[in-house]
Every structure is written in C-alpha cells, then in structure tokens.
Design a protein around this ligand. Sequence first.
Ligand SMILES: [Zn+2]
Length: 141
Amino acid sequence: MSNLDKYFQKIRKRGHRLTNNRVAIIEILENQHLNFKELQKELNKRGFHNVSSIYNNLDFLVRENIIVELYIGNTKYYDLAAFNPGHDDDNHIHIIDHKTNKINDLVSNEIFDFIKNHPDLKDINPDYIRIIIGKNSNRNN
Ligand SMILES: [Zn+2]
C-alpha cells in the first residue's frame, strides 16, 4: 500500500468522507512543504477554487493528524504527518534553505532518540520534538 493510500484509508476508517478536495490536498503535499498560497495555487490548477472549503479541509486534515502545521519564521507551512518517511506527526527535523525557501525533511531517528534519552530531559518525557535547521546555500564551500 502506498503512503497516499494509507492516508485515504485512515480517513475512511474513521467514517469521514474522502472528498476529491481532500485527496488533492494530500496528493499535492506528498514530498513537499507548502504555505497556504502555494497550496492554493496548486489546488486552483486542479479546479479547486473555493477558499473556505480549502480552509475547512485543511482544518479537518490537521484535526485528524494527517497534516501538521509547521511555522518557519512568520510563515505557516503544511506538511503530511503520519506515514511520512521523514517524520511522524510529533517528531520532525526540517531543514530550510534560505536561498530557495525549500524545506526538506531530515530523516534521523538517532537524533530523536538522543534527545529523548538525554539526561537533562529524563524527567520531562517530551511529547514532541520539532527542530528547524536553517541552511544558507552560499556557505557550502
Ligand atoms: Zn516534513
């Protein structure tokens, strides 16, 4: 089963309607992190123009833990949560390239384990770990 099918099945299993708009949002967010404007632009291309229904569907998908909202600077991005090979709904490491504004997932369970097992966090037992790493392309060499 593909990751996309897992999302679709999760929605159906909970007795919710898998509308074309919800399918489109999930498909568009596969492998990319988009802010509302970027997502809206992609949805427009697929014939979804109703802004309030886009907002309603995003709210629904966030409530169902299918999408997470991710704040980088003052901008909110949308990202697939569960079943994402890069992270789950609680734990993310994102790298933002300041030159291109592209956001990528860093896949590293070692980092999560290291943080969770760190002596300073032993009594805290963190609910989630979200890390944003900024990258400046100009500094590569
Ligand atoms: Zn991500």
